[in-house]
Write a protein that binds this ligand. Structure first.
Ligand code: CO
Length: 133
């Protein structure tokens, strides 16, 4: 089994501060990490749940993929991040199984991770992110 953990569940939101406030009031959640990833046009807030995270994602510019996702489908579940020991090996395994890679090779993600995305069209409608810590 190449997946070692659910790394994060990512939720696209229009207003990051409001979403953080909601999670704080509803669950007593605290933000353990915040980061702007300019290359992806997103700002994220990570709320720890055991060894995983809820990742609240908001666009930093109107042409970012997350902005387009909110425009098309509204706020909501955006992708699932699966933690793997070796992102390159997991990416190759997924491609061999017929999945379409959005990233042809692993690239830097937030928190100093190495990541690769798999197209939802080839993965039962779910955008998948492979995350190596
Ligand atoms: Co992610």
């Amino acid at each position: 089994m190449l997946l070692t953990e659910i790394d994060h569940v990512a939720i696209a939101v229009a207003d990051l501060e409001a979403a953080i406030d909601f999670y704080q009031r509803a669950f007593g959640a605290t933000v353990t990490h915040r980061e702007v990833v300019e290359s992806d046009g997103v700002e994220e807030a990570l709320l720890r749940v055991a060894d995983s995270y809820v990742q609240l994602l908001t666009p930093t510019r109107p042409d970012s993929p997350v902005a387009k996702a909110i425009e098309k489908r509204g706020e909501g579940l955006h992708h699932v991040g699966y933690r793997v020991a070796d992102c390159a090996a997991a990416l190759e395994a997924m491609k061999a199984a017929g999945a379409i890679a959005i990233d042809e090779a692993p690239r830097p993600g937030s928190r100093g991770t190495t990541v690769a995305f798999i197209h939802p069209k080839s993965a039962y409608g779910t955008l998948i992110e492979l995350v190596q810590e």
